[in-house]
Each structure stands twice: as structure tokens, then as C-alpha cells.
Ligand binder design. Structure first.
Ligand SMILES: NC(=O)c1ccc[n+]([C@@H]2O[C@H](COP(=O)([O-])OP(=O)(O)OC[C@H]3O[C@@H](n4cnc5c(N)ncnc54)[C@H](OP(=O)(O)O)[C@@H]3O)[C@@H](O)[C@H]2O)c1
Length: 346
């Protein structure tokens, strides 16, 4: 049995979800997985930070109210987010990075990952920014320091598309993929098919907590573009930068377009895709596409995500599941930890 000491960077939905899983399931993991997790530090811009090398009470952390500086209420805690101290000096074997996604330069999360990797600490993250914008640098840094850098949750939350493609489809020769990689935009298109206008569907997505007050990252395709870069670089060995991916969203689609598509047995979907061309180059895009009813992604409705891998040996393999959710995404961190636990590292 291996006990990993873990530091949580960012303590919003996802890492609080991981702390909840630790509080509820550590004993079961020992028996089933041969590992357990001990939280030795937490840091968060809003809540502050806390370190205890002997281990913090996960249940107590989860119960902490989401109030500014709340860690100061715990013995040894402070209202300030001492990120560098928690990452480098809490004695952690693993850093779970779950701060906000910066789509412009991936910072400061990329720096948090660098600090950990340079210190010989494994990193698991759900944050698209560091991977889409600094992926090859951070992977090389992890290799040099003989530690893991894992990010299963960054593309489809708890639905394991990266490891499925990398491991279970290894040898099947993935030529490309098409995916519904943003639950909010798919929810909006689904509601429009049921008769709502674009604005009314967005308002409903906001009411349900799917869409931000500013929904542009979801409906203009920017969120999907980061995921396409991650998947293409990971699975097609591309060297894409975000600016290489042509990107348009769904905001120009009207109720009339949707009705016309339905009449001809088609539906509109926001598709993030990448394909290896005959000359070996990779073409990637994010755009609304009109899909025939028989397409494997046509039946994916609501906030669900899905991706179809086009392979040379087994044809099209499609996986669908949740693309968001605090526990679902925390599970992705657990799956990353299981992966690093079961990897031989000399
Ligand atoms: N939730 C999901 O379903 C999901 C799914 C897939 C991927 N992800 C990704 O996972 C990450 C975490 O998501 P989440 O839902 O947990 O977000 P969240 O609830 O907004 O939590 C993020 C936390 O990190 C803190 N933070 C921001 N900048 C920081 C910094 N510089 N140093 C320390 N703490 C900082 C935030 O504090 P403030 O509030 O003060 O900024 C907040 O408490 C994001 O990158 C997100 O895109 C989430």
C-alpha cells in the first residue's frame, strides 16, 4: 500500500470534490487500488492556505464555508494564498492543480505546474491552459525530473478520452477525431431544436449553471479550441498552437437554420475536429456542422460530451459521457493518480 501526500492548489468545485472523495473513500481505495491520499497542504486565492505535513482532516476541509480567508479559521491556517510554499514545502508527492483556466497564456497555473515538476513532485491537473499552451515544455520538464504530468480531466472531465485513446486504442492508428467537447453549446443547440431562440437557450443554460455570465468561451468555440489542441497534440502527435485552429461558434445559428436542418433529417452540432491529411499534416477546426441523423454524434443531446476517434484498424470508436461536474472532474484527478501509481518509474 502506498500513501501519497497531496497538495491541492485551488480549492473550488474540483479540488473540494477530490477532498470529499478522500474523506469518503480513502479506506476503500486502500483495499481496491493499493493507495491512499493524505492532504498535506491546500492553497486558494479566495480561501487562503494551510499546511500540515502530518495530514489535514479532509472532511473538515470540505465542511469549510466558501468565505473569503476561511482557512484562517483552522489551526495553522492563513487567509493568504501561499501557493509557492504549499507547492514546494508541504512535503507533497503530488500536486493537484485546479485553479482557473487562463486561455491566453495559461498562467499562473503553468507556473504552479513548473514549480512542482522542477521540485520532483508529480502534477495532476484539470486545467486546459497549461496543457494547451505549454504542454510540450511541461511534459519535457516532467520527463527530466522523472515525475508524472497527467491531465485526463482537462478535455472531457471524468469521461476518460485521453487515456482511452492513448492506451486502449494504441496500435489502432488514430487518423483523426470529431467531438462535441462543450456541454453548454450542445445544451443550447438541443434547446433550440426544441423551439427556443438562441438567446432564450443561453439564458436557460445560465440559469442551470452551465453557462457563465459571459458565455462567449462556450458559444464562440474558444473552450473547444483549447481541447482540440490538447487532443491533436496528444493523439496525432501534432505540434498545434491555439492560433493554428480555425474557430467559429454557434452564435450565428438561427431558429430558422435549426428548423430547416430538422426538416431534412439533420442537426447542427459544434464540432471540434482534427484529421491527419495525406501529406502527414494535421488540419484542425472548431465549427458548427450539419450532421446527418446516422452520424454517431447526432444523438448526443443536452450537456453531454462525446468524441469519435477515426482509426485505421477498428473504424470509428465513439465515447460519450459527462464533460463537467465537480465530482466527475475530481474523479479524473483520481484516475491520473491511479495512472502515476501504476507506472513504473526507475
Ligand atoms: N468544474 C468542472 O466541471 C470542470 C471540468 C473540467 C475542467 N475544469 C477545470 O478545472 C479547474 C478548476 O475548476 P473548478 O470548477 O474547481 O473552478 P472554481 O470552482 O472556480 O475553483 C477554482 C479555485 O481556484 C482559485 N484560484 C484562482 N486563481 C488562483 C491562484 N492564482 N492561486 C490560488 N488559487 C487560485 C479560485 O479562487 P477565486 O475564486 O478567488 O478566483 C477558486 O477558488 C479549472 O481550470 C476548470 O476549467 C473544471
Amino acid at each position: 500500500m502506498t500513501e501519497y501526500k497531496i497538495a491541492l492548489v485551488g480549492f473550488g468545485g474540483v479540488n473540494r470534490g477530490l477532498a470529499q472523495l478522500i474523506a469518503e473513500r480513502n479506506a476503500a481505495w486502500q483495499a481496491a487500488l493499493g493507495l491512499s491520499l493524505k492532504i498535506v497542504g491546500v492553497t486558494d486565492l479566495f480561501l487562503g492556505s494551510i499546511v500540515d505535513r502530518n495530514g489535514l482532516d479532509a472532511g473538515q476541509l470540505v465542511a469549510l464555508p466558501a468565505e473569503k480567508g476561511a482557512f484562517a479559521r483552522l489551526p495553522g491556517g492563513t487567509a493568504e494564498a501561499f501557493n509557492e510554499t504549499v507547492i514546494k514545502q508541504s512535503g507533497a508527492d503530488i500536486v493537484a492543480e485546479a485553479t482557473f483556466t487562463n486561455p491566453v497564456d495559461g498562467e499562473p497555473a503553468a507556473t504552479f505546474c513548473r514549480w512542482a515538476l522542477e521540485s520532483g513532485i508529480h502534477v495532476v491537473t484539470t486545467n486546459k491552459g497549461p496543457i494547451a499552451l505549454h504542454g510540450s515544455e511541461l511534459k519535457a520538464l516532467a520527463r527530466r525530473n522523472n515525475v508524472a504530468f497527467e491531465y485526463e480531466g482537462a478535455v472531457m472531465s471524468g469521461t476518460p478520452v485521453i487515456r482511452l485513446a492513448r492506451q486502449a486504442l494504441a496500435g489502432a492508428e488514430i487518423q483523426g477525431f470529431e467531438g462535441i467537447l462543450n456541454g453548454t453549446s450542445n445544451y443550447v443547440l438541443t434547446r433550440m431544436k426544441e423551439g427556443l431562440s438562441f438567446d432564450a437557450a443561453v439564458a436557460q443554460a445560465q440559469q442551470l449553471g452551465y453557462a457563465e455570465a459571459d458565455p462567449s468561451a462556450d458559444v464562440e468555440g474558444y473552450d473547444v479550441r483549447l481541447k482540440v489542441v490538447i487532443l491533436a497534440n496528444e493523439l496525432l502527435n501534432a505540434q498545434l498552437r491555439v492560433s493554428d485552429v480555425a474557430c467559429s461558434g454557434i452564435s450565428a445559428i438561427t431558429a430558422h437554420d435549426i428548423a430547416q436542418a430538422s426538416e431534412s433529417g439533420h442537426c447542427w452540432k459544434l464540432i471540434g475536429a482534427a484529421q491527419r491529411e495525406a501529406d502527414g499534416s494535421i488540419r484542425a477546426s472548431v465549427e458548427a456542422r450539419l450532421l446527418p441523423a446516422a452520424h454517431p454524434l447526432a444523438a448526443i443531446n443536452g450537456a453531454t460530451n462525446a468524441v469519435s476517434f477515426n482509426t485505421a484498424l477498428v473504424g470509428t470508436v465513439t465515447v460519450s459521457g459527462p464533460g463537467a461536474g465537480r465530482i466527475e472532474t475530481a474523479f479524473a484527478l483520481l484516475s491520473d493518480i491511479i495512472a502515476l501509481h501504476t507506472t513504473d518509474r526507475q
